[in-house]
Design a binder for this molecule. Structure first.
Ligand code: SF4
Ligand code: SF4
Ligand code: SF4
Length: 237
C-alpha cells in the first residue's frame, strides 16, 4: 500500500491513483507482510502493478542501488512526500535523477502545456526566448521519469542521455557512504554517537583529515599506518 496516499486519504485529499501499488522486497517485505501491512505477490503481479502505474502517470522510483533493491514506489505529484519534496526543494536533489533528460523539439511543439500539467514536480515551464514563448525543461530539477514524454500527443519530447554520468551506488551501505561524502558528513556517519566524547573527538579529527590537501592526507595516512584510513581517503578522492 502507498503510505502517503493512505495517509492523505484520512483527511479526504487522496488522488485517484491506485493505493495498492508500491512494492517492497527482501527483509523489508517479510517484515511488512508479517505485521499485515503488505501482501505477498508474485513476479507477474508485480509487472501488472508496474503497468498500472505507467497507465496512471505515476513516477516509478526504485531504491537508488544496483543490487538488493528493497522497494519500487509508484509516486504521484500530489500525495507523495518524496515528489512534494522534489517539487519544493528540487535544487537540493531530495530524489536522485536517472541518466536521462527530456528534450523538447520546438519545431513540432504546439505549446499545449500538457507536459507542464503532467510533470509531477513542476520541472517544465513556459519561458520567453528571443521574444518567443518556448516550453523548457529545468534540467537541474528534472528526475528523468519520462512522464512528460508519454503525455505529449505531438511526440515532441524524447529522452536523451544526460551529459554527466549518473553513478548508481551498488548497495545501501555504499549509497550511505557516498551521500555522507557528498554532504561532507563522513565523520558523523562513522562516529555517530555524539553522546560519547570519544566519538565527538574522532569525528572532529577525521573531519579535519578529510579537509587536508592530497599530499598532507598521504603524510597522515603514512604516520598512522592505518589500512582503515587509507580506504576512507581513497573513497574521498
Ligand atoms: S514513495 Fe510515493 S508511491 Fe511510494 S509509498 Fe510513498 S507516496 Fe506512495
Ligand atoms: S505536451 Fe508536447 S506539444 Fe504540448 S507543450 Fe509539451 S512538448 Fe509541446
Ligand atoms: S522527465 Fe519530464 S515529467 Fe519527469 S521530472 Fe523531468 S520534466 Fe518532469
Amino acid at each position: 500500500m502507498c503510505y502517503w496516499r493512505h495517509k492523505i486519504e484520512h483527511i479526504g485529499l487522496a488522488c485517484d491513483a491506485p493505493m495498492d501499488i508500491c512494492m517492497t522486497f527482501n527483509n523489508t517485505a517479510n517484515s511488512l507482510i508479517k505485521y499485515d501491512f503488505a501482501k505477498r505477490i508474485d513476479a507477474s503481479e508485480c509487472k501488472e502493478l508496474l503497468h498500472q502505474a505507467y497507465e496512471s502517470n505515476l513516477v516509478q522510483c526504485g531504491e537508488n542501488v544496483r543490487e538488493g533493491v528493497n522497494f519500487i514506489c509508484n509516486c504521484c505529484g500530489c500525495c507523495c512526500e518524496a515528489m512534494l519534496a522534489a517539487k519544493k526543494f528540487g535544487n537540493m536533489h531530495p530524489v536522485q535523477t536517472i541518466s536521462f533528460i527530456p528534450n523538447i523539439d520546438s519545431n513540432t511543439c504546439v505549446k499545449c502545456e500538457q507536459c507542464i500539467k503532467a510533470c509531477p514536480i513542476g520541472a517544465i515551464n513556459k519561458v520567453l526566448k528571443d521574444d518567443y514563448v518556448v516550453i523548457k525543461v529545468d534540467e537541474e530539477r528534472c528526475l528523468g521519469c519520462g512522464v512528460c514524454v508519454r503525455n505529449c500527443h505531438k511526440n515532441s519530447i524524447i529522452l536523451l542521455k544526460r551529459k554527466e554520468k549518473i553513478i548508481t551506488p551498488s548497495s545501501s551501505v555504499y549509497r550511505a557512504v557516498l551521500m555522507a561524502i557528498e554532504k561532507g558528513q563522513l565523520q558523523n556517519l562513522i562516529f555517530d554517537n555524539e553522546a560519547l566524547s570519544s566519538h565527538r573527538a574522532m569525528a572532529a579529527i577525521l573531519s579535519s583529515i578529510l579537509k587536508l590537501s592530497p599530499a598532507k592526507k598521504l603524510m597522515t595516512s603514512d604516520q598512522l599506518k592505518s589500512v582503515y584510513l587509507d580506504k576512507l581517503l581513497s573513497v574521498k578522492k
